[in-house]
Design a protein around this ligand. Structure first.
Ligand code: SAH
Ligand code: SF4
Length: 410
């Protein structure tokens, strides 16, 4: 009997260890025959201009003009760029576009949240065009755009809808910047927009859509440097937040190379539970993750790190968890965002009861941390945190089981 139990335990442990941490990225981006200039740095634009025969002395100036038309004015065609000579406009249009992802569907929630399903064209006909989602959340004092960094996600957090998705490709810088441009297009939010106070609608960016941004570091960095460039889209670094499930080696780089605000998807205060909820914890456990937060370049009381904590009934929502959370964050300039769990079809968790969320929040608040409970937005259109998943990338239960079985035999 004992031997049988031990054997079962061993099998259970082997299975737990074999549940895939990461699925392998399957595809790489193939640019279309006529590539878009969106997402290139000024230097890369100048280089492309050189490749179509623009004289060396003109390239820098032309790149600057294009930059202004794309990122300040939101031009969608070269023909709009009236201070560029007609011949040059024709030459540009022959080789390039200023295309962004294509809007396939727009849904507007009862609370004003908007979700766009975006199609990403590919130059490889054999490869189907992928889709990602992007969400705009209007509030009284700001408008936040939730941007995706990957098609699907290579990680498998057990409470996240995106984590159940199959096909994965990293987005290019152009596809990431393109989401901000689509939002400005659809909301009529470019510089020429007539508003009584001239305010922009999209004021904040959160890298909290589909994907793990720190597994697509270079593209996310290049895109955010464009989004925050003050001669272009011009959203301040302090209004851009990158959320990670804890890719420790790239946390410092985020501070050094991008300089945006950091959010950590914490969700559990003990390794045992975090291993289950956020399997990446097995690679980068809490101790290393919190040290990386202590060392985050530029963190201060004025620039706090956000710790996201999804409230799962009976799983991580006890007052003991709250106590441990406060202990763990000692010495880190932190604020805590409590996220009521957003259910999705087939999810195995329930959202904590409201009075439990309040008790948890009160405990954390009394310990000196700001701990707002994030009101779920756009739930009716599956636009809330963790609900994003493009229809065409759905994985059937059978396919999911097959994938797991495959990973276990590796
Ligand atoms: N991959 C990154 C960013 C995208 S997820 C990350 O994990 O941080 C954005 C946030 O939504 C994360 O904190 C994530 O843990 C949370 N989330 C995922 N699924 C959720 C769900 N069903 N309900 C509430 N929050 C969820
Ligand atoms: Fe990926 Fe983030 Fe979802 Fe985890 S929570 S599966 S890292 S998108």
């Amino acid at each position: 009997m004992l031997r049988a139990v031990t054997r079962l335990n061993r099998i259970a442990m082997t299975l737990a260890a074999a549940v895939p941490l990461e699925k392998t990225p399957l595809e790489t981006f193939v640019p279309p025959a006529k590539p878009s200039l969106v997402g290139l740095s000024r230097g890369e634009i100048a280089h492309q201009l050189g490749a179509i025969g623009v004289a060396p002395g003109q390239r820098k100036m032309r790149a600057q003009q294009l930059w202004h038309w794309m990122y300040v004015r939101g031009a969608r065609e070269f023909s709009e760029m009236t201070n560029v000579s007609k011949e040059m406009r024709a030459q540009l249009a022959e080789h390039f576009t200023v295309d962004r992802p294509e809007v396939v569907a727009e849904q507007i929630s009862a609370d004003g949240t908007r979700k766009w399903l975006l199609r990403l064209p590919s130059g490889n006909d054999a490869q189907k065009a992928h889709e990602v989602e992007c969400v705009y959340i209007p509030e009284t004092d700001r408008g936040t755009l939730c941007v995706s960094s990957q098609v699907g996600c290579t990680l498998n957090c057990s409470f996240c809808h995106t984590g159940t998705q199959r096909l994965v490709r990293n987005l290019t810088p152009g596809e990431i910047v393109g989401q901000v441009m689509v939002a400005r297009d659809r909301l009529n939010d470019w510089v020429d927009r007539e508003t009584p106070n001239g305010n922009r609608l999209v004021t904040n960016i959160v890298m909290m859509g589909m994907g793990e941004p720190l597994y697509n570091f270079d593209a996310v960095r290049d895109a955010l440097l464009i989004v925050t460039d003050n001669e272009g889209i011009g959203i301040s670094r302090r209004r851009v937040t990158l959320s990670t499930s804890g890719v420790v080696p790239n946390i410092k780089r985020t501070g050094d190379e991008i300089g945006v605000m950091l959010a950590i998807s914490l969700h559990a205060v003990r390794d045992e539970l975090r291993n289950e909820l956020v399997p990446l914890n097995r690679k980068y456990p809490l101790k290393e993750l919190l040290q990386a937060c202590r060392d985050y370049p530029g963190a201060s009381n004025a620039r706090r790190i956000t710790f996201e904590y999804v409230m799962l009934k009976g799983v991580n929502d006890s007052l003991d968890d709250a106590r441990r959370l406060v202990q763990l964050l000692k010495g880190i300039p932190a604020k805590i965002n409590l996220i009521p769990f957003n259910p999705w079809p087939g999810s195995k968790y329930e959202c904590s009861d409201w009075d439990q969320i309040e008790k948890f929040s009160e405990y954390v608040f009394n310990a000196g941390y700001s701990s707002p409970v994030r009101t779920p937005r756009g739930r009716d259109i599956l636009a809330a945190c963790g609900q994003l998943k493009s229809e065409t990338e759905k994985l059937s239960v059978r396919e999911r089981d097959a994938l797991r079985a495959m990973a276990m035999t590796d």
